[in-house]
Design a protein around this ligand. Structure first.
Ligand code: SAM
Length: 197
């Protein structure tokens, strides 16, 4: 239930997920459920030298492995704690908001109240900026149905993974066009980002 995966993410999926970030500036990034760190290594490889990466991994052995692997990179902090502690951990570090939250934890098996609470805490922790987003890779795309807080959502399907996965980006802010009008990215024009997929 905690790991919910048979093999680590494929190189194609890792590239697709890493491609969703704007790494051109220093970013504060939180990763939920890095596991043995296959997405983490790619994020670290691409991120700006002044970025910070906070890893939330529940499994103590995996957390220790990550701590050892990234011991020489002061940009990376490993937290052997539940993802829901994101606001507490940010405030302990004197950080107000993060630019991105990327998640590999099994949201689909999470109890509905916990799922909605976690989405709310992610939304509140993200910076009010057009690039700021929650990025998730999941077998189902059911989380879209619970993410009304996010005004713009974009999904794609990555077949080259075992099993195939949806990569979905939930943006904190709507995309402003020339008239200042919002666009939810789903073409349904109602701004709630919950168009069928
Ligand atoms: C499917 S594995 C993902 C591993 C890796 N990111 C990948 O793509 O191959 C899920 C990971 O999330 C961790 N995890 C599950 N629930 C969590 C939670 N609430 N907070 C932090 N980590 C969690 C598990 O211990 C596991 O390492």
């Amino acid at each position: 239930m905690q790991v919910a995966s048979i093999v680590p993410s494929s190189k194609v999926l890792i590239d697709r997920v890493a491609g969703k970030f704007d790494f051109s500036a220093p970013r504060i990034i939180a990763e939920f459920g890095p596991g043995e760190g296959c997405h983490t290594r790619e994020i670290v490889r691409r991120m700006h030298p002044e970025s910070r990466l906070l890893l939330f991994e529940l499994d103590p052995e995996l957390a220790n492995h990550l701590r050892h692997y990234f011991r020489d990179d002061s940009r990376v902090s490993v937290l052997n704690t539940d993802a829901s502690n994101l606001p507490v951990e940010l405030s302990k570090m004197g950080i107000q908001h993060c630019d991105y939250v990327v998640s590999g934890i099994p949201f689909s098996t999470m109890e509905i109240g916990k799922k909605r609470e976690l989405l709310k805490c992610i939304h509140e922790s993200l910076k009010p900026a057009p690039h700021a987003a929650f990025i998730i890779y999941q077998v189902t795309n059911e989380l879209r149905g619970h993410a009304q807080l996010f005004p713009r959502i974009k999904s794609e399907y990555c077949l080259q993974n075992i099993p195939p996965m949806f990569v979905t980006v939930f943006f904190k802010q709507p995309l402003l066009n020339g008239n200042g009008a919002s666009h939810n990215g789903n073409g349904n024009g109602n701004g709630n980002g919950n168009g069928k997929h």
